[in-house]
Design a protein around this ligand. Structure first.
Ligand SMILES: *[C@@H]1O[C@H](CO)[C@@H](O)[C@H](O)[C@H]1NC(C)=O
Ligand SMILES: *[C@@H]1O[C@H](CO)[C@@H](O)[C@H](O)[C@H]1NC(C)=O
Ligand SMILES: *[C@@H]1O[C@H](CO)[C@@H](O)[C@H](O)[C@H]1NC(C)=O
Ligand SMILES: *[C@@H]1O[C@H](CO)[C@@H](O)[C@H](O)[C@H]1NC(C)=O
Ligand SMILES: *[C@@H]1O[C@H](CO)[C@@H](O)[C@H](O)[C@H]1NC(C)=O
Length: 607
């Protein structure tokens, strides 16, 4: 609500803004300039009164110290393991230097912008202004245009370069939306309505098959239809009873007007988790995100995510976050404001909470190269803050294999947008952020890498390989025949994904009917569900939450994962990488064996 009242203030102030002259003290210098952007066509000048939600990122003075502490409290071999930081401790570490605050305030004052006209993040490392394009153009000495995406027709108001007074360059890290041309999308790859309900109800539960690596028996039907029960069986959690304790929690994020429908959730529970009937999730609106419960507006992605994440973990308290924003949009219409990087809004909201859920799953992402590096770094740093506070943050790794999701070799665009037009694999962000756990997809029993679409995987071009995966990833790379995909990927980059889970043929309820759906979109909430159960097991014996998972997963955790060793992840006109023994850039370290993981994380040797 506060944001809306601010917006109103700006509408009134708009006139005086357009009269204000830019401050003269310091000459403007280009802060960022991009070439391209590939796939987008410059359309028309942006309407002067189109409103932008401008985010200004101030340098986080002690981020290095935060990162160091994140790794210490997440490393099961470190004496500080589990000693997560408080909200206030994290905020102190990412707070900007007073000089940066002062310099930026002075600049804003030059445009008559006062404290009442802006919103600051809890740590004051972000300033958010809701302003017309005309004012942003003066402040950034730039010109905004409406850009049209050639293939989809999506439109964005962006620029390819912006400037700041020279004295501000080291007090402002990033200003967006300026050069960000992302196309945030759900990782939902396959979808079909099961027209004939009769044939899929009463799943064949009699026969059992062996799961292979984890050597547990699984209903034969699970080879073709994934239910909550299948996942409990396959991932060795049958009979585990989690508690309804207020301390624990699992959260699922929703974007792009994907609404999680409660009536569909009840149908799903009736079908698969009868003990959860009549229970629901807590809805939280982020920046005005809606909760549209009209069943004909239910979102397939949102329904999938909540049905499985909450179905696996019932009765652990569950939260669904709805963040607004829905490209394509029409920039000629003055509302709503387009941002197209809604995870920044969500991050700010969640970092402002005293007690975020201990496990949070997101099934959306962008091609990494479409997010400017400085902005991607800041968003990634936000996930580090959550990890340091004891939150496990999981992202789906994408459905395009090593590519951008376009499997047609004639049109796939595995081409760099840095102006060089080089052919290159396209990793997915935020899965490529080293402070999140990225989840790839498998199928069938025994499990293999998914093949109806391809598990997002590969190597980040932005983030260097973190220490926790150095051994696992270099082992994989050393086995690749010399010269494999030379120049197509960054062998020093953060390897993706970290882990995996079943990703296809999930049986959900959607708009009143049973449907079958797949994507690493399914894998992330599924894996997250088992993480929430692990936290439950730890809380029961008075241990703290797991927090950032990767340092544990790549060390003692490996013994609790089922290695997936066959399949590959085609993309960019190649066969992609192969799954193999140990970590691979298709299925990561493997899928969860809850029973074993529980033993590990509740052992007296893991604090
Ligand atoms: C599951 O289905 C796959 C693909 O059809 C098949 O290769 C595999 O043998 C099946 N598993 C079992 C245990 O029947
Ligand atoms: C759910 O609510 C219905 C109607 O109030 C009731 O008949 C049913 O027993 C409830 N089920 C559970 C599992 O609580
Ligand atoms: C639900 O949405 C549909 C399609 O948009 C609309 O026709 C219907 O009137 C809505 N129902 C209610 C109760 O608002
Ligand atoms: C890259 O591709 C774009 C769009 O196809 C084209 O306009 C541009 O000239 C190309 N640049 C180079 C260096 O080939
Ligand atoms: C994947 O395995 C196939 C079959 O063994 C092999 O031909 C191919 O070279 C492998 N690809 C990579 C990238 O390792």
């Amino acid at each position: 609500m506060r944001a809306f009242s601010r917006l109103f203030t700006f509408l009134l102030l708009g006139v005086s803004f357009s009269l204000a002259a830019p401050p003269k003290e310091h000459a403007y210098k280009t802060k960022e300039q991009i070439s391209g952007p590939r796939g987008w066509i410059k359309h028309i000048e942006a309407p002067a009164d189109h409103r932008l939600s401008l985010r200004i990122g101030l340098p986080q003075e002690n981020f290095d110290l935060l990162e160091k502490q994140l790794y210490e409290v997440s490393d099961p071999m470190h004496e500080r393991y589990g000693q997560h930081l408080s909200k206030e401790q994290v905020e102190a570490l990412v707070a900007p230097h007073p000089d940066s605050l002062a310099a930026v305030n002075e600049w804003l004052a030059g445009f008559d912008i006062t404290e009442e006209d802006l919103v600051r993040s809890p740590a004051k490392d972000w300033i958010i202004l809701n302003i017309p394009v005309s004012l942003a153009e003066k402040m950034l000495d730039t010109k905004y245009y409406v850009w049209k995406h050639a293939k989809s027709g999506d439109e964005l108001v962006r620029t390819t370069s912006y400037s700041l007074p020279s004295n501000l360059h080291h007090h402002v890290e990033v200003v967006q939306p300026t050069t960000i041309f992302g196309r945030f999308k759900p990782s939902k790859a396959t979808f079909s309505i099961l027209e004939d309900l009769g044939s899929v109800l009463g799943l064949h539960k009699g026969a059992h098959i062996s799961s292979g690596s984890s050597a547990v028996a699984v209903d034969a039907s699970c080879n073709t239809t994934i239910t909550v029960s299948c996942l409990h069986q396959l991932y060795n959690a049958v009979g585990y009873v989690p508690s309804d304790t207020a301390e624990n929690g699992i959260g699922v994020t929703g974007y792009l007007e994907q609404f999680a429908n409660n009536q569909d959730l009840q149908s799903f529970y009736a079908d698969q988790v009868p003990t959860a009937l009549n229970s629901s999730f807590k809805f939280e609106s982020v920046a005005g995100g809606l909760d549209d419960q009209n069943i004909s507006h239910a979102g397939a992605e949102a329904n999938l995510d909540v049905q499985f994440a909450f179905g696996i973990t019932h009765p652990i308290p569950a939260t669904f976050y709805s963040t607004p924003g829905s490209p394509p949009f029409n920039p000629d219409v003055h509302t709503p404001t387009d941002t197209n990087e809604p995870y920044a809004d969500w991050l700010e909201y969640i970092l402002g909470q005293e007690h975020p859920p201990y496990t949070i799953s997101t099934s959306y992402g962008d091609d990494e190269q479409t997010i400017p590096l400085d902005y991607a770094k800041r968003v990634c740093d936000g996930f580090a803050q959550l990890g340091a506070r004891g939150v496990s943050v999981l992202f789906s790794s994408g459905d395009g294999g090593v590519g951008d999701g376009d499997s047609d070799p004639a049109t796939h665009e595995c081409i760099t947008n840095d102006g060089k037009n080089a052919t290159r694999f396209i990793p997915t962000f935020p899965a490529s952020c080293p402070y999140v756990t990225s989840v790839g997809g498998t199928e069938h029993i025994p499990e293999v890498a998914v093949s109806r679409f391809f598990s997002g995987g590969g190597f980040s071009d932005y983030f260097k390989r973190p220490l926790y995966q150095e051994i696992a990833v270099s082992k994989y790379l050393s086995k690749l025949p010399k010269g494999t995909y030379k120049g197509l990927y960054n062998p020093q980059g953060r390897g993706i994904p970290d882990v995996s889970a079943q990703g296809d043929r999930y049986r959900i309820f959607y708009r009143g009917r049973a449907a079958s759906i797949g994507g690493t979109s399914a894998s992330a909430p599924a894996f997250a569900g088992f993480v929430a159960l692990l936290n439950d097991a730890r809380l029961k014996i008075k241990k703290g939450p797991l927090g950032f998972l990767n340092p544990l997963l790549y060390t003692v955790g490996v013994a609790g994962l089922n290695d997936v060793t066959s399949g590959h992840n085609a993309g960019c006109g190649t066969q992609g990488f192969n799954a193999s023994t140990g970590w691979d850039p298709v299925t990561g370290l493997g899928t969860p064996n809850f029973g074993k993981l529980k033993q590990i994380v509740t052992s007296p040797f893991i604090l």
